[in-house]
Design a protein around this ligand. Structure first.
Ligand code: FE
Length: 345
């Protein structure tokens, strides 16, 4: 049995990687477009390929580039499966007509309803929460409570968060619209913007580092960025992790839970290998895959009963918002409009 992993070609900014196991015996193929980088997904696809003797071709690229590519390729697209992050982006793919609805027994059983598209166009593979990272020397945990509270004038000049062009923030605002309506969400945005320590700049990691450096006292960022810093080979990164504490917002009994989002997967409208695509997706939600994927990505599994990633284990369990992630996509346009009106650059 010959096992090989071959780098086949470079196409623009995206990489095509063919994961072939026992190629002579391969019973079919499945073509994956992934906005997750190769290191975060390829070993898992390779395991699937080995176990099922299906050839997997992986093309990685940026989320927006892959979506454009799917749209321009149309019915001629070789892609069977699309992997990307954030429900807002998964919604865009559904809305653009590049996905098709599907279900499997395993997916129906193990993926919670709120972590998948309400019409079955995509399913979550891992969860991330958008939470608060604070400097315990400057802020007491007992003064923190909720996203809503971040608009309180007591936090003036103390908050770091990236720009409104970022999908993670758009999805957070989309969840606020669902919880409070547009008028109150606009008020919240204005209050939050008034508390910014600086005009938004950089990504989530930059906000966390800024909080550690004293630029602000509270950073809003996704959980996995913090986990990554804790595992870094770089001592300065680990010092950032050690200096800050993580706070789960909206955990009180009468609150809806921390804002969660997903990395997710769908089958393309053009797929010619839907049976293999479904088999692959079922493989990705089995307990072993969920454990590997969560640990490598520093994310939380979508499947109940699988341990959190080791890097975040000390932060324990949390209550996640149960709102259907479909809503985040549906409210995206309104969210962008309100952020603009509220002066969130
Ligand atoms: Fe990210």
């Amino acid at each position: 049995m010959k096992q090989s992993t071959t780098l086949v070609a470079l196409i623009g900014t995206s990489t095509l990687l063919t994961l072939t196991s026992a190629s002579a015996n391969a019973s079919g193929e499945v073509n994956v477009y992934s906005a997750r980088s190769e290191a975060l997904i390829a070993p898992l696809l390779e395991n699937y390929s080995k176990e099922n003797r299906v050839k997997v071709n992986l093309i990685t690229g940026s989320a927006d580039a892959l979506l454009s590519r799917l749209q321009s390729e149309g019915d001629a697209s070789p892609a069977d499966v699309f992997i990307t992050v954030d429900a807002g982006r998964l919604y865009r793919a559904k809305d653009a007509g590049v996905l098709q609805p599907f279900e499997t027994e395993a997916l129906n059983k193990v993926v919670p309803d709120h972590l998948k598209d309400r019409d079955g166009y995509w399913y979550g593979l891992s969860q991330r929460a958008r939470v608060l990272f604070y400097n315990p020397e400057a802020v007491s945990a007992s003064d923190l409570s909720s996203y809503e509270d971040l608009a309180d004038p007591k936090w003036k000049g103390q908050i770091c968060i990236r720009s409104s062009s970022n999908i993670y923030n758009q999805s957070l605002v989309a969840s606020m619209i669902d919880a409070h309506g547009e008028a109150d969400t606009l008020k919240w945005i204005k209050g939050l913007v008034a508390n910014f320590a600086r005009p938004p700049a950089g990504g989530d990691t930059d906000q966390i580092k800024a909080a550690a450096a004293g630029v602000c006292n509270i950073a809003v960022a996704n959980t996995y960025y913090f986990g990554r810093l804790g595992l870094s080979d770089n001592a300065e990164d680990r010092a950032v992790f050690d200096k800050l504490a993580m706070f789960w917002p909206n955990q009180a009994a009468d609150q809806r839970g921390a804002h969660v989002n997903v990395s997710g997967i769908g089958i393309t409208a053009s797929s010619k290998n839907t049976d293999n695509a479904k088999q692959l997706i079922d493989f990705l939600v089995n307990p072993q895959s969920q454990t590997w994927y969560a640990n490598v990505n520093n994310e939380y599994p979508v499947v109940d009963g699988i341990a959190p990633p080791k890097s975040l284990a000390t932060f324990g369990e949390f209550k996640g918002d149960q709102v259907s992630l479909s809503v985040l996509g549906e409210n995206n346009r309104q969210a962008v409009k309100l952020m603009d009106q509220g002066g969130w650059k």
